[in-house]
Design a protein around this ligand. Structure first.
Ligand code: FES
Length: 67
């Protein structure tokens, strides 16, 4: 599936860049060009980074009742 229409890059192209060592959106851009055009694919690049274990994780802690 095409993710970056500006550079005509698929999810496989972006995933290959991540698996070759890119751990941030900027590194993905340097590796294959994704998100270096209009930037519209940036969130999708972030999603692939997260799927490959390089995203930020949000941890929700339970609220405690005050007495
Ligand atoms: S869609 Fe990827 S930079 Fe424009």
């Amino acid at each position: 599936m095409i993710i970056c229409h500006c550079m005509r890059l698929s999810d496989r192209d972006i995933r290959a860049a991540v698996r070759a060592g890119a751990t941030t959106r900027e590194q993905v851009e340097r590796a294959c060009g994704a998100s270096g055009g209009c930037g519209g694919c940036g969130p999708a690049v972030d999603e692939i980074l997260a799927e490959e274990g390089h995203g930020q994780q949000v941890v929700f802690l339970p609220l405690q009742k005050s007495a």
